[in-house]
Design a protein around this ligand. Structure first.
Ligand code: FES
Ligand code: FES
Length: 187
């Protein structure tokens, strides 16, 4: 599968022959797929229709509701998760496209002992949210943005976080949090 970037996010293309494979049988399935998804280091088995998005699989089937559904059409960034370390929009990604890949959601970002990731801590310290609805997606994007080396200046942070909208307008605090976390992670 090939990938392309769109506003800092990666879009995973469907298979070239148009057929998703059904689990280990490697057979195309028109109705239900048996998938094994590796999420936050744990493997989950689930049967889904080919049209089920990663976002709906996470929220409705696996009850990982930290990943938010905003627009459900690739416009807001609320559903941002990582697939093999790259940020993707879970509402534009089919669950079947990410079998065998490593998925990280906001629930998997902190250490096992509960120590927050530097970006999570910086969002708290900088008061980088109001209602909090966009925050998981903002944080997942920020972690990737810093890892990609795109947090060198406020302008760069704004550019590479542009795919994540905040209806509360907390942008100045979000930029401050990303700047702080980038500095801490560099040192
Ligand atoms: S819910 Fe996916 S981009 Fe808005
Ligand atoms: S904090 Fe409310 S949408 Fe961003």
């Amino acid at each position: 599968m090939t990938s392309q970037t769109h506003a800092g996010q990666t879009i995973i293309d469907p298979p070239e022959d148009g057929h998703f494979r059904n689990g280990s049988t490697n057979q195309p399935s028109p109705t239900t797929l048996s998938l094994h998804l590796t999420i936050n280091g744990e493997t989950h088995a689930l049967d889904v229709e080919p049209r089920v998005t990663l976002l709906d699989a996470l929220r409705e089937r696996l009850h990982l509701t930290g990943t938010k559904k905003g627009c459900d059409q690739g416009q807001c960034g609320a559903c941002t998760v990582h697939v093999d370390g790259e940020r993707v929009l879970a509402c534009l990604t089919l669950a079947a496209q990410v079998e065998g890949r490593s998925i990280t959601t906001i629930e998997g970002l902190a250490d096992e002992d509960g120590t927050l990731h530097a970006v999570q801590a910086a969002f708290l310290e900088q008061d980088a949210f109001q209602c909090g609805y966009c925050t998981p997606g903002q944080i997942m994007s920020a972690v990737a943005c810093i890892r990609e080396g795109h947090a060198g200046s406020d302008e760069e942070i704004r550019e590479y976080m542009a795919g994540n909208l905040c209806r509360c307008g907390a942008y100045p605090h979000i930029v401050a949090a990303v700047r702080q976390a980038a500095r801490e992670l560099r040192s």
